[in-house]
Ligand binder design. Structure first.
Ligand code: PMP
Length: 352
């Protein structure tokens, strides 16, 4: 007998590498290659240092209000957290307490099974079809909840809103979470469905399209009842999840809609160009509606390309996992970064 028998043992999620050296081309964690809105910088520089003595607002009132206004919902329908990971983890522990398996695809954000394991929530992975789309019938079996990333990660593929709605409709007695971390890059949000369904929770993040991964801001929108339950759990763990700086700068990021739209459009334009160039080099991939492409080469194994790119200090993401071990997830960087990558790949893949 030892204290170790009483430990809650989990196999943790492995995040993409944050290399310590500078001058790398970092295309491995789907960060935004452009800085946050200029107003965010200005506010950061003018921040009242003395205020850091104080605890932050436990309700993140200003940020919640700003998001409610932006998305045309009531503040009582918005919950914020330390990145969408925090929001999603809180949602898992709050809404998936039935003892029945929670359903999600076999190929999706690999944090879902980690949270399920951590909170002892039974779960079932539903295999994506060969074209990487979900089989909607899989989500009509008895379950304790559903979570879908839409667009999905790491495939980049989007399901139609009608498919999402069919799943919500088929599951009125459980919560359906739609993780829209990448929706701003050309996806269709499920937010309008909130008017019809009170079992839907839509989760988004400031980490990708709003260029603020370092500040850790995520949020979700759902029925007032759901948000109340989320807050009850949050206030039972840690009242002060969001720090003061994140709350203040987050508000400013939402206010600058023009900058947000311009940044997102730049990334979409680069993505579409890179898709063409990768195709010419012999890559295939699902049609991405995100800020990354999930690509396989016709003759060279993904692992070899991953390692060759790394030698050039170009970091992309590779998983040595069943079904996806011949795919590379390549984040869309600046035009210059993508040019460097393509230029190297042209040389590396010559005659292969
Ligand atoms: N959902 C998906 C599908 C993601 O890829 C990520 C990024 N790793 C997240 C949620 C979490 O992002 P964050 O915690 O930075 O908001």
């Amino acid at each position: 007998m030892s204290w170790e028998n009483n430990v809650r043992k989990v196999e943790p999620y492995v995040a993409g590498e944050q290399p310590k050296k500078s001058n790398v081309i970092k295309l491995n964690t789907n960060e935004c290659p452009y800085p946050p809105a200029p107003g965010v910088r200005k506010l950061a520089e003018e921040m009242d240092y003395d205020k850091l003595r104080l605890y932050p607002d436990t309700d993140s009132t200003m940020l919640v209000r700003e998001l409610a206004e932006y998305y045309h919902v009531k503040p009582e329908q918005v919950f914020v957290g330390v990145g969408s990971d925090d929001v999603l983890a809180t949602a898992f522990v709050t809404f998936f307490d039935s003892g029945k398996p929670v359903l999600f695809p076999d190929i999706t954000y690999s944090f879902y099974d980690v949270w399920a394991e951590l909170y002892r929530i039974p779960y079932k992975r539903c295999p994506l079809k060969d074209d990487w789309h979900i089989d909607v019938e899989d989500y009509k079996q008895p379950n304790g909840g559903v979570i879908l990333a839409n667009p999905n990660a790491p495939t980049g593929l989007m399901e139609d809103l009608s498919t999402v709605e069919e799943i919500i409709q088929a599951n009125p007695d459980v919560v359906v979470i739609v993780d829209e971390a990448y929706v701003d890059f050309g996806g269709t949000s499920a937010l309008p469905l909130l008017e019809k369904y009170d079992n839907l929770l839509v989760v988004q993040t400031f980490s990708k399209s709003r260029a603020m991964a370092g500040l850790r801001i995520g949020f979700c929108i759902g029925s007032e009842k759901m948000i109340k339950y989320l807050n009850d759990v949050k206030f039972s763990i840690n009242s002060y999840t969001m720090n003061m700086t994140a709350q203040i700068l987050g508000v400013e990021a939402v206010r600058d809609e023009a900058y947000f739209k311009e940044t997102v459009q730049k990334i979409i334009n680069t993505r579409e160009r890179v898709k063409k160039e990768l195709r010419e080099l012999g890559f295939t991939f699902p049609d991405s509606k995100t800020n990354f492409v999930f690509a396989s080469h016709k003759s060279v194994p993904a692992k070899d390309i991953f390692e060759a790119l790394r030698m050039q200090d170009i970091y992309v993401r590779f998983w040595n996992k069943e079904r996806i071990n011949n795919c590379l997830r390549i984040t869309i960087g600046t035009d210059e970064e993508m040019d460097k990558m393509i230029c190297f790949l042209k040389e590396f893949l010559k005659d292969k």
